[in-house]
Every structure is written in C-alpha cells, then in structure tokens.
Design a protein around this ligand. Structure first.
Ligand code: F6P
Length: 360
C-alpha cells in the first residue's frame, strides 16, 4: 500500500514522532509512506511536485526527537464552502497512487478529513493540539510539552518578578480552552489563573490581588510579587476576547492574543510594577516531551494498524486512559473545556486543588 501522511493546523510537539511512528509500522508491514507537505494544501494544488516526499525508515531517528513539523503545516481548508476542492483532492490522491491517507491535526484538519472520507477519500486521523480541547479524545499531541514550557517559563519569570516586586501576567495559548493555563499554572503554583471558561470582573481581580499582596507584605520584601497565568482566550465579563487583528483563517478563526498586556494596562495605575509576557510560539516549538514522543509513536503505529484493518473514517484516540479509535465525526462535537464547577475556584481565581477522579 502507499500511505500519504500530512500535518495540518498549528504545529505541535509530537507531530514528527507521530510521522516516525507511521513510517515505523508501515515499514514493518511493507507499505510505502509519502509525506504531503503543508497539510491539506498538498492535495489542493494542481502542481504538487514540491509538496511530495518519500519517507523511509531513515527519517525515524531524526523525526522522533524534533519539535514542529518536518512536513510543515497550513490552515488550508479543502472543503471550504466558498472554495471546495474535494474533486482536486480526489484527483491528486489518484495521481499520487495513494491507497490511504493519515491526517494529523486538530478539529479543523480532522473535521475536513471526516468530510473527505464521507466523499470517498480513505482517511484515518491522529489528534494533535496543544490546547487539549478536542472532542472524542482525552489527549492530543503537544499538550504535555506545552505544559512543561509554561511551568518552566513561569519559574523563570518568577526570578525576575521577585527581583523587581512585579505583578507579572504570563499569557499562554489555548484558544477558547483554559487547560494550558489551569494545569500549567497549577504546576507553577501561580498566584492567580485566568481562564476563558470563567469571565471575571476587574474588581474581583484587583481585590484578590490586593489581599494576596497584603499577606505577602507581612512575609517580607522578597515575597511581594505575583505570577498571574492568563489564558489568551480569557476575558472580562461582558467584553470580547482580545484579538491580535481582524483577520480570519480559512476555517473562520480569529487569532487571539494580547489579553496579558491589556490587563497590565488596566492595573498599572494601582500596582507599582506590572509586566506582561506572552509565551506564544515558544510553547509549540519545544522538543517533544517523553509523553509526546511516546504517544506520537503509538498514535502513528496505530493509525497504520487501522489502515491495515480498513478502519477508515476513524481517528486514534485515548478514552478512559486507553488507546482506542473513534469515528472522525466525534471531532465536531462540543470541545472539551474546563468544567468551572469541578476544577476552578472562582473565589480565589485559581485552580481547585483537590483529589479528582480523573487527571484532566
Ligand atoms: O490551536 C493551537 C494554537 O496554538 C492556539 O493555542 C492558538 O490560539 C493558535 O493555535 C494560534 O494559531 P496561529 O499559529 O495561526 O497563530
């Protein structure tokens, strides 16, 4: 068999190990793997010679340890209402003599995969996004590495914050989901965590800060600083999320970013030294963690196994902590967001620290 593999959406640590896992199992099973560069774009252009690369076992060692995507990514939507390229995708699929396609991506890439599969393209999916908000799976590639970066960065920022007695906003990604902020902030012992699922009031934020500072003052100079981990999608109640600009991508998403700076500007008149830093793409560019390498390898291997079994229209998933497969359409269900009642303390604007039945 000839198996095509592509990575779509934003890059995430774990994509390359997943491709390595695909090649590993394909080699064992005597299949050929064709890498398709720049996500769905590879199948949406007439001349895709530059988009196509043969992937043999020689790539495994290198791919297994690298962040980003060697196959590159794009946010190309092959089934956009105003630009549907299904027929071109099918033609290219035939021209490249492919028998199956593995799409590695998030809600958009896999959602498009589900539609194309219904229309006759044999697709199998692998879930990735650092946001960890996909329906149908408890884990998506990249989340663990991004959490580690957040935790490590908060630690570094705390050194600077301590030295200058700063109120520091550390903005992290996650789009509309607060998992990265919540769990990254929890691990970093953040003083305050702001998540999109709980729109807050500026009065509440200021009063929590004042109280915390009063307590810190009693402990001595070196304690008068605060780390506030703020999710890029979090916002003041009644206000919109802060957007980077007015542009929409092919799937209709705005780019979020800037809420840390915005909050800093609202508070700096009262708190003498406030700073903000957005982690942005540093969260995605790190070398994949052990978990993202191992899970990527397993996802890749299992995706080929699914092709062997003819399980098209499914994606690899983790459910109840076990590796399994679910229909690709699951990806279109409501995203997995933070359950505020269960996991968030609205009084302290912070994570609820207690024993929970599952490690979400
Ligand atoms: O979905 C992953 C993600 O990193 C989000 O957390 C973030 O909002 C978005 O992608 C950024 O997208 P882009 O790479 O297009 O700026």
């Amino acid at each position: 068999m000839r198996i095509g593999v592509l990575t779509g959406g934003g890059d995430a640590p774990g994509l390359n190990p997943a491709v390595a896992g695909v090649v590993e199992r394909a080699t064992i099973n005597g299949h050929q793997v064709i890498g398709l560069k720049r996500g769905w774009e590879a199948l949406c252009v007439e001349d895709n010679r530059q988009h196509v690369v043969k992937l043999g076992p020689e790539i495994i060692r290198e791919y297994s340890r690298l962040g980003g995507s060697k196959l590159q990514c794009s946010r190309t939507n092959p089934v956009a209402e105003n630009n549907d390229r299904t027929e071109l995708v099918k033609e290219n699929f035939k021209k490249l003599k492919l028998d199956a396609l593995i799409a590695i991506g998030g809600e958009d890439t896999l959602g498009a995969g589900a539609i194309l599969c219904e229309r006759g393209v044999p697709v199998v999916g692998i879930p990735k996004t650092i946001d960890r908000d996909l329906a149908g799976t408890e884990y998506s590639l990249g989340y663990d590495t991004a959490l580690n970066v957040i935790c490590d960065s908060a630690e570094r920022i705390a050194h600077s914050a301590e030295s200058h007695q700063t109120i520091f906003f550390l903005e992290v990604m996650g789009r509309h989901a607060g998992w990265l902020a919540l769990r990254g902030g929890e691990a970093a012992f953040a003083d305050i965590i702001l998540i999109p699922e709980y729109p807050f009031s500026i009065d509440k934020l200021t009063s929590v800060l004042r109280e915390q500072l009063k307590a810190s003052e009693k402990m001595g100079f070196e304690h008068i600083y605060k780390i506030i981990v703020v999710a890029e999608g979090s916002h003041i109640a009644g206000e919109e999320e802060v957007r980077k600009d007015a542009k929409l991508d092919e799937f209709g998403h705005f780019s979020l970013g800037g809420v840390g700076n915005y909050l800093k500007s609202l508070l700096e008149h009262e708190f003498h030294h406030t700073r903000s830093s957005a982690l942005a793409y540093l969260q995605r560019g790190a070398p994949p963690s052990q978990k993202d390498r191992q899970t990527g390898r397993r996802f890749g291997n299992n995706a080929v196994e699914m092709i062997n079994n003819g399980d098209f229209g499914y994606m690899v998933a983790i459910q109840h902590s076990r590796l399994t497969k679910v229909p690709l359409e699951e990806i279109n269900k409501s995203p997995s967001l933070v359950d505020v009642e269960k996991y968030y303390d609205t009084g302290r604007l912070n994570v609820k620290i207690e024993w929970t039945d599952q490690q979400k």
